[in-house]
Design a protein around this ligand. Sequence first.
Ligand SMILES: Nc1ncnc2c1ncn2[C@@H]1O[C@H](COP(=O)(O)OP(=O)(O)OP(=O)(O)O)[C@@H](O)[C@H]1O
Ligand SMILES: [Mg+2]
Length: 469
Amino acid sequence: MDDQLSVMIVDDEKPMLEWLSILLEQHGYSVTCFSDGRKAVTEGRKNAPDILVVDVKMPGISGLDVLSRLREKSPELIGIVITAFSSVDSAVQAMRKGATDYLIKPFEVDQLLVAIEKALGERKIRRENRELRKKIRSRFSIEGIIGKSKPIIDLLEEVRMVADKDSTVLITGESGTGKELIARAIHSISPRAEKPFLGVNCGSFSHSLLESELFGHLKGSFTGAHRDKEGLLVAAKGGTFFLDEVGELDRELQVKLLRALQERQVLPVGGTKHISFDARIIAATNANLKEMVDGNAFRPDLYYRLNVIPLHVPALRDRSSDIPILLGKFIENYSEAIGEPPRVITEEACEALMNYNWPGNVRELENVVERVCVMTSGSEIILADLPDFIKEPAVKDSGIFADKTSSAESTISTEKATPTLDVIEEAYTLYILEHRAGGQKRLAAKLLGINESTLYRRLEKYAKDRENP
Ligand SMILES: Nc1ncnc2c1ncn2[C@@H]1O[C@H](COP(=O)(O)OP(=O)(O)OP(=O)(O)O)[C@@H](O)[C@H]1O
Ligand SMILES: [Mg+2]
């Protein structure tokens, strides 16, 4: 049987060898015996057993040395050490040298069998964990990032370059472009990969909760603090800490974070003693931090400390050549989840998706794919299956005239004489703001090709005009 587990027994006492080998063979193990430790090492290095049962005290080479020599070659080897004296010392030493368990002579048959079973169980769990980690890693590894466009290839090159450094990275990019995916990718190929990746979204906590999440708190430091809590920066222990939406930090926390990053120490809420932490910092933001610094909304010193290595994730509309492969992947993921063969997308539908400007970027694309897959059927995804806002050809973007639900529409009557440029400008501006940018002024300004302040000025003017027509 191929899956029969092999046990190597090493003991200078022959009767012991015989007794153990009969016993283990009876229980289905394939057994090899050695009374000479050196021979066992030579043989074991050529042909590694699953389990080593070894006596500590032998002439020539000690059982612990046999174990450590064999483990050099096969780190997964299960080593059970037998010692004649109830010596805590040799037992401790044995565990230190990588023994899985130890038995003190004389021992019962069952004790040995139980020790082997237990070790096998633990090894299985270790293997499964490793497999799981590998799977998670490949989801977030560089391969998990889909894209072949020049901007993405360049970005991935930068990711590879920064991964093995410890410098702080600031990832910028619009919402849904994949900033968190990039942060996880950096971690997963960094020397810190086996350590935790922890993070916090600075925009989703109140001031005091965020402070306690980041730095921890002491019991009784505020109502509800029933016990001491370790901050996430400390809990990242040798790993990576992801500060998402860092632009949302208030002034006070900006100061505290800056100090923590400078000193590599945090002060828990209610505490007086600083605690060191070891975490590589990756921050992300979809705000323009530089502009926030200029506008006095973000501390320049913190900005410079975070922006050591800037990485920018390009908007999807600026790399629309990635849309077909992203589509393919998302359709495949969806079909796999519901256990159906993947649907094919027609060229016409694909083109419409490539022409849309994706204010919500990859996340929006992912959602649209799911929505289309759920709401329509057939083996193909055709143009008619797509949501209206994507189907409208780009030229009809001045679709202000067609979109009856647009509040902009009320400003223009298609029946009347040609509207003035002012009226068209207002209608178009409002249309882009509501229907293309989902109300996000920064994005609307970008799509309109104007400054955000110009947009604000225009909006104020429209509001005033409406008040005093
Ligand atoms: N290049 C890519 N390849 C595959 N999936 C991607 C890619 N970029 C983004 N995604 C997917 O799009 C979704 C959004 O990505 P992510 O959460 O990393 O974006 P984000 O920039 O952090 O967004 P936000 O600013 O809203 O927090 C995720 O489901 C992610 O897996
Ligand atoms: Mg994010």
